[in-house]
Design a protein around this ligand. Structure first.
Ligand SMILES: Cc1cc2nc3c(=O)[nH]c(=O)nc-3n(C[C@H](O)[C@H](O)[C@H](O)COP(=O)(O)O)c2cc1C
Length: 224
């Protein structure tokens, strides 16, 4: 891991002050900031970020550039809106994502972001001689994914196969080259409110340990 200078924090719940994933992420980031006062945090609230529609015009722009053709001025402008988002992510040493589970996957705003940033030549390079996990270009970064679920897909639940949230994010991050991915979940937010404070406290405790480990790794790599 590189020294921790910049974090991109990607927020996918629209529920803000009622959100369990945001509450945990806010606490985690505050802990990181206390231990690393100079760290810069770039917050990307996906419900307030105007991501470009990944439509036919944008795909035409992408292929014009990939084929070495001169893009039209409209295409160049459209493509710039993609590379600006990629640059924000590429600039960070640590990617923090907080997200709910929606219909066993992630909210569409987060899928939209992934479709914007997964671009050949920018965040991954197709290779015939290597599996997908070796295609990524965003190397040297870590990611922390904080998830909230109304129900459960935890190991032992018997419904692990229904998880298209944590597993998808793990693969999506690895695909673009982020190999060091830590996931922390708070589950049963909708159906077992009595024990929720205990589960929230357990997730917060795990995250404070993750923050301490990242701080130590950052200090070690700054000293190296
Ligand atoms: C549109 C929608 C779909 C949902 N789908 C699921 C689901 O598939 N599985 C699940 O466990 N919870 C599901 N939930 C419940 C949320 O995951 C739960 O409320 C969680 O705490 C939301 O995260 P947040 O508190 O950070 O917003 C869904 C909630 C909404 C609004």
């Amino acid at each position: 891991m590189k020294p921790l200078n910049k974090i991109i924090y990607i927020e996918a719940s629209p529920r803000k002050e009622r959100s369990h994933s945001i509450a945990l992420a806010t606490q985690f980031l505050a802990g990181i900031q206390t231990a690393n006062p100079d760290v810069e945090i770039d917050r990307m609230d996906l419900w307030a970020t105007d991501l470009p529609a990944f439509n036919g015009a944008l795909i035409d722009a992408k292929y014009a550039l990939l084929n070495g053709e001169d893009p039209t001025s409209d295409q160049a402008r459209a493509w710039k809106s993609v590379t600006q988002v990629i640059d924000r992510i590429a600039d960070a040493d640590l990617i923090v994502i907080s997200t709910p589970m929606w219909n066993f996957g992630v909210p569409y705003v987060l899928k939209h972001l992934i479709d914007i940033i997964a671009q050949p030549g920018y965040t991954y390079q197709p290779r015939a001689d290597a599996p997908y996990e070796n295609w990524g270009l965003l190397s040297g970064k870590s990611a922390v994914v904080i998830t909230a679920r109304g129900g459960t897909v935890a190991p032992g639940s018997g419904v692990e196969d229904w998880d298209f949230q944590a597993r998808y994010l793990d693969y999506a991050l690895k695909f673009v080259g982020v190999q060091d991915v830590t996931q922390v979940a708070v589950e049963l937010t909708a159906v077992d409110k009595d024990n929720l404070p205990d589960r929230q406290a357990a997730a917060a405790q795990t995250l404070s340990e993750v923050a301490a480990q990242l701080t130590n790794k950052s200090a070690a790599s700054a000293a190296a």
